[in-house]
Design a protein around this ligand. Sequence first.
Ligand SMILES: NC(=O)c1ccc[n+]([C@@H]2O[C@H](COP(=O)([O-])OP(=O)(O)OC[C@H]3O[C@@H](n4cnc5c(N)ncnc54)[C@H](O)[C@@H]3O)[C@@H](O)[C@H]2O)c1
Length: 378
Amino acid sequence: MTIAKAAAIGGGVIGAGWVARLLLNGIDVAIYDPDPEASRKVGEVMKGARRAYKKMLPEGLPKEGKLTFAKTIAEAVKDADFIQESVPERLDLKHKVLAEIDTHAPANSIVGSSTSGIKPTDMQVAMKKHPERLVVGHPFNPVYLLPLVEIVGGEQTFPEAIEVAKEIYASIGMKPVVIRKEIEAFVGDRLLEAAWREALWLVKDGICTVEELDDIMRYSFGIRWAQMGMFQVYRVAGGEAGMRHFMAQFGPCLKWPWTKLMDVPEFNDELVDLIAMQSDEQSDKWSIRELEKIRDDNLVAIMEALSRQNKGKGWGAGELYNDYTKQLSKLASKKAKPALKSKAAKSATKAKAEKPVKKVTAKKSAAKPAKKAGKKKG
Ligand SMILES: NC(=O)c1ccc[n+]([C@@H]2O[C@H](COP(=O)([O-])OP(=O)(O)OC[C@H]3O[C@@H](n4cnc5c(N)ncnc54)[C@H](O)[C@@H]3O)[C@@H](O)[C@H]2O)c1
C-alpha cells in the first residue's frame, strides 16, 4: 500500500523530518503542532532536505506534495490514510494525542508512532476505537535521509497492520525491519544507549574528551559500521576461520572489566557541564544548521559511494539508495502527481472510512483470523 494523504502530529526534529520525506515523495501532508514557531522550523528542515535530495537527484526532484498546517489534530487526521505521531517522549502526552488521533482518523488508517522507546502496548491502551492499527515506526535522524525504520507491534496490533505499515514505509524509500518481540527501546536505541552510557563514563572518568571519543569512532569502526553491521564485521575480523574463531578469541573478554555498562553514571550538573563544555570546544565553530548540512552531505556521499559497490548493484544502504533514487527519478519524470495507489490501497479506499484495518486487509490475508501481534512467535 502507498500513501494518498498523510498527517504528521508533531513537527519538531523528527516530525519535520517525516514531513520532508513525505512531501519530497509527492505526498500531501497535513501537520498539527501547537508551537507558534512550527511553520518556520519545518521550513528550515524542508530547506535542508530539498538541498540533500538535489544532491541525490541532480536531474530534478518530483513535484512536492502540498503541506497544510491544521489547527487541531482532528483537522489534520480526518482524511489521512497514514498518520505519524512525533510528539515529545512522555507517555501521558502520547496517550492524549493518540486518543485524539484515534477518535478522528479514518478507521482504516495506519497510525505510526516515532517513539524512541515506549512499548506500543503501553500506548495503544489510550486508543479506544481502533488500537489494532497502531505500530511503532521508529526512525533515525535525519528521517528524510536515513532509511531504516523499526516497526514494532503491541499486544493489540493486528499482524495485518504491521504488513500494511511495512508497505507504507517501503513506499517512501525506507527499509522497514519488524522487531520480533516488543521490548522498551527496541533494537537501535538499545545499542545506542549502551554506547552512550559507556561514552559518558569514559568522559566523566577523564579517559578521553568528547572530541577524542568521536574521533575514535569516526576514524575507525564508525566507517566500518556504515557498510557492514557488527556481526558481519566481526566475522571478517575472525580471519579465515570466521565468526567461531572471533568468538573463541574475544569471548572471554566479556568477563574482564572491559565495560561499565551495568552502572549508570550519576547524571548531575557536573557531568552535563563537562560534556557540554567539551562539545562546545569541539563544535561551536559551526552552527547547528551548518552541522546539519555537513552531516547531510556526508550521508549522501556515503550512500552514493555504497551504491556503486557490488558491480553497481549497490551494497547495504547503497543498494536501497539505487532503488530509491530510481523511484524518485521516475516520479519526477511523470511531472504530474503520481498514481499513488496500489491495488490493496484502492480496495482499502473503496471500503474507506468506517472499516478498521482488519477488515480492509482481510481480503489480502484470505480471511485469516486476525491474530494478535503479541502472540506471534519471536
Ligand atoms: N530526536 C531524535 O533523534 C529522535 C529519533 C527517533 C525518534 N525520536 C522520537 O520522536 C519523537 C519526537 O521527538 P523530537 O526529537 O522530534 O522532539 P522535538 O521536541 O524536537 O519535537 C516535538 C514536537 O512536538 C510538538 N508538540 C508538543 N505537544 C504536542 C501536541 N499535543 N500535539 C502535537 N505536537 C505537539 C512540539 O511543539 C515539538 O515541535 C519522540 O517520541 C522521540 O523519542 C526522536
